[in-house]
Design a protein around this ligand. Structure first.
Ligand SMILES: Nc1ncnc2c1ncn2[C@@H]1O[C@H](COP(=O)(O)OP(=O)(O)O)[C@@H](O)[C@H]1O
Ligand SMILES: [Mg+2]
Length: 256
C-alpha cells in the first residue's frame, strides 16, 4: 500500500531523516515509535508532501507520489491526522466532518462508521469544535480523516494529552478500521462465489485500510501493532512484528 525507499530529509544542513525504507500493508497497523525530536513528524510531513523530501521515493498503491502535491495524496486516499489534532475550532462538529468528506470525490454523506466508532460526535454535531474536550477533538480529527474513506490512515500521536478512557476508545477505533474492509470483502467473496475473483482483485487493489500510527505511548502502540518500527535520530534502529515488541525489548529501547 505504502512503500518508502531510502528517504532523506534535512533541515538547514542537519540530516533529519536518514535513508528510511519501510512498507505499510493494507489491513495492518504499523506502529512507529520514537522519542521526542527523532524525526517522526517530519517523516509524516514528507509522506503528506508538506515537506519536500531531499531524496528517496514514496509509492502509494504502486504509484510514485514522491513529488505529488498534498491535495493529490489526499485525493488518492491518504488520510492524515496531524500531531496536535488541528480541527477547525470555529466550525461545528458536523462542518468539520463535512470538510473531511469534501476531499472525497463524489462523497455526499458522512459514513456511518464515523458515528459507530465515536458516538459522542453524533450527539455533539452542532457544537463548535473548539468547545469539545481534548479527547473529543482527537476523535473529531480522526472522524474527519475517516469521512474521506481513506486507504491509508496516518495518525501522529493520537494519545498526546488525552485521558486514558478516551485513549481506549481511540485504540478500538483504529483496530476496527484496519480490519473492517478486509472482513467485508472476505465475507462477500464467500457469499457470491462467482465474484470471488473480482473480490480478490479488489482486496488486492484498494479494498483495505492501512494504518501508520506514530506513538510514544508504548502500551497503546504495542496493543495495536501488527508491525513496529523504532526510530532513533532519523534512523530505524529496530523493526519487527507487533507481537514480538516485548520480547525484542522495544519498551526498554524507547525508555533509554
Ligand atoms: N520546521 C523545522 N525547521 C527546522 N528544524 C525542525 C523543523 N521541524 C522540526 N525540526 C527539528 O527536526 C527534528 C525532528 O523533529 P520532529 O520530526 O518534529 O520529531 P518528532 O516528531 O519525532 O518529535 C527535531 O530536532 C526538531 O527540532
Ligand atoms: Mg512529532
Amino acid at each position: 500500500m505504502l512503500r518508502v525507499e531510502n528517504l532523506n530529509q534535512y533541515y538547514s544542513g542537519s540530516h533529519i531523516l536518514r535513508g528510511l525504507s519501510f512498507e505499510v500493508e493494507p489491513g495492518k497497523v504499523t506502529s512507529l515509535l520514537g522519542r521526542n525530536g527523532v524525526g517522526k513528524t517530519t517523516l509524516m510531513k514528507c509522506l503528506m508532501g508538506l515537506v519536500k523530501s531531499r531524496s528517496g521515493s514514496i509509492a502509494f498503491n504502486g504509484k510514485d507520489i514522491t513529488h505529488a502535491p498534498s491535495h493529490e495524496r489526499v485525493r488518492a486516499g491518504i488520510g492524515y491526522v496531524p500531531q496536535g489534532r488541528e480541527i477547525f475550532p470555529r466550525l461545528t462538529v458536523e462542518e468539520n466532518l463535512l470538510m473531511g468528506l469534501a476531499t472525497k470525490p463524489g462523497g455526499t454523506k458522512i459514513p456511518d462508521l464515523v458515528f459507530e466508532l465515536f458516538p459522542v460526535l453524533r450527539s455533539m454535531l452542532n457544537r463548535r469544535g473548539g468547545d469539545l474536550s481534548g479527547g473529543q477533538q482527537q476523535q473529531l480529527a480522526i472522524g474527519r480523516a475517516l469521512a474521506m474513506d481513506p486507504k491509508l490512515l496516518i495518525l501522529d500521536e493520537p494519545t498526546e494529552g488525552i485521558q486514558p478512557s478516551i485513549i481506549k476508545d481511540i485504540g478500538h477505533a483504529i483496530r476496527t478500521v484496519a480490519r473492517r474492509n478486509a472482513t467485508a470483502e472476505t465475507s462477500r467473496s464467500i457469499e457470491e462465489r462467482q465474484e470471488v475473483q473480482n473480490a480478490i482483485r479488489r482486496v488486492a487493489d484498494t479494498g483495505q485500510v492501512a494504518i501508520l500510527l506514530v506513538e510514544q505511548y508504548y502500551d497503546f502502540a504495542r496493543d495495536l501493532a501488527d508491525h513496529y518500527l523504532l526510530m532513533e535520530r532519523g534512523e530505524f534502529i529496530m523493526r519487527g512484528l507487533g507481537a514480538d515488541m516485548d520480547k525484542d525489548g522495544v519498551r526498554e529501547a524507547l525508555a533509554v
